[in-house]
Design a protein around this ligand. Sequence first.
Ligand SMILES: O=C([O-])CC(=O)C(=O)O
Ligand SMILES: [Mg+2]
Length: 650
Amino acid sequence: MFSLNGSSFLNNSLSGVSRNLTQSTQRKISAPPMVVASVTPNGKPGDRNVSVLMENTLKEMRENAPSSSSPSLTENESKSTVGGGVEDVYGEDSATEDHYITPWTVTVASGYPLLRDPHYNKGLAFTEKERDAHFLRGLLPPVVISQQLQVKKMMHNMRQYQVPLQRYMAMMDLQERNERLFYKLLIDNVEELLPVVYTPTVGEACQKYGSIFRQPQGLFISLKEKGRILEVLKNWPEKKIQVIVVTDGERILGLGDLGCQGMGIPVGKLSLYSALGGIRPSACLPVTIDVGTNNEQLLNDEFYIGLRRRRATGQEYAELLHEFMTAVKQNYGEKVLIQFEDFANHNAFDLLAKYGTTHLVFNDDIQGTASVVLAGLMASLNLVGGTLADHKFLFLGAGEAGTGIAELIALEISKQTNVPLEEARKKIWLVDSKGLIVRSRMESLQHFKRPWAHEHEPVRTLLDAVKAIKPTVLIGSSGAGRTFTKEVVQAMTYFNKKPVILALSNPTSQSECTAEEAYTWSEGRAIFASGSPFSPVEYNGTFYASGQANNAYIFPGLGLGLIISGAIRVHDDMLLAASEALAAQVSQENLDKGLIYPPFANIRKISAQIAAKVAAKAYELGLATRLPQPENLVAHAESCMYSPNYRNYR
Ligand SMILES: O=C([O-])CC(=O)C(=O)O
Ligand SMILES: [Mg+2]
């Protein structure tokens, strides 16, 4: 299939389309196939610029309303006016005869376009036979090497770069050049490369997205596309989409409003869906909704890639989002998973509540983070003792992550102890920018904070809240760095033999404290994990390794579980199931090192376990549509996972 980002294909190979067709006909081969936009009604064979052609066609479609443009029919001729029909990849069945459709055709990639197609390119790993069969002779140097050697070489090259952003760019270039090699590299070197394609480096990449921009990745839907979002979705070259990660860029990690440049996040999350969760890359669609930005620096940046206006709000915002959500379901059906990512609080909760009942959606920052933190807490009980209900939790930050985690902990406590949810919530306290959330503040609180307003006198600072509440677990989720001060960590250590301290905010610059600070200030007693990775720390001659409490442990497996069961809704019990599955993967050996998360090196196995538990829950709740339920869900999940190994071409 051609890649939109593979401008290479569009630019280099349209003259090659007819050649491809001829060659493939002559040779009667069928792999690797490519979808090409062939001649449109108003185009000529061999026209180079398909996007212009398609643009014209679409323009024409818009100008000619269906009834006025339809050819006149005689009395006897009947035409279909109902766009229903059986589901087909190209949408012909669902278009009435009045509608224009895109005349997609399938052909076989060979020669130069094959080398430029990231889905099928293997570079120097094309075999002699493939070089003959696919007209590659002379287009490559004589040597034939294995994918393994390509990985070795790429890793060697990657390690030459000192600057993380250069590594990020090298990885993105590889993704655009040779997709399987990109995934092979990422899967085989996940611990080394996760911080490159994902947190923390992706944060810097988003901040500088405009200046490092080379090729578009993902789908950009801006206010300019209002009224035409369905058309925009149809421009995407892949027809079978299973997961969409969408952001509006308003709260990128803890970095704030990065507008359209937030695209790095959906792209990064989806590369993890494939590498960590085994979802086929072609089934993943990154989307950024551009409603403007309130980031003055970006508005004044000559390299900014987004709409140069302030953010749309209210009805204008809601309408664009609604059109998007409707178009997605219309185009991809009921079972496409939509992950909301890095929306600001004021939209995140409302979008989740609004679409949670009509679409297969979840919010990664509210629910994915909650699930990963709950898993870490469950595992930490092996080190600190007691049950969840025996502990007292204090949060700094009462936004998506804070309240999402708090609610999932309360739900689990309520299930374990049979106390009402309201009772379970009383073990959990939250501090926001105005201090401890208490009953006397109720009137002025945003709705998502209200369940946490317990009876207590006002407390202004985090340190005073630690002293007043005496929590056993301290969780940072405010997006503000350096807020777990020495005094705060020392107070936690004063009240607890082994204080559990989670500094969740991302990227590293926004972390509430560093691993080194946590271990030093607690004199090596803290059970510490953080959203962004930290290297092991030496304190008093002992090495302390900390886990990464990042939703990257959860969403790939959760997504896989939803997809293999054909789930149509996300249920909180699935998040609890995911937490239990992840916690069960923490070995005694991990715990002995103070780790409350398993190493990322085993993540595909872990994702399969999570997927199996999530799928089992979907079946149990009657939310699964893929029937019958496979007997061994773990084996089934593993068998469904995408492998990046090169395929052999006929
Ligand atoms: O992206 C990450 O590393 C975790 C996350 O969702 C966030 O910080 O918003
Ligand atoms: Mg996020």
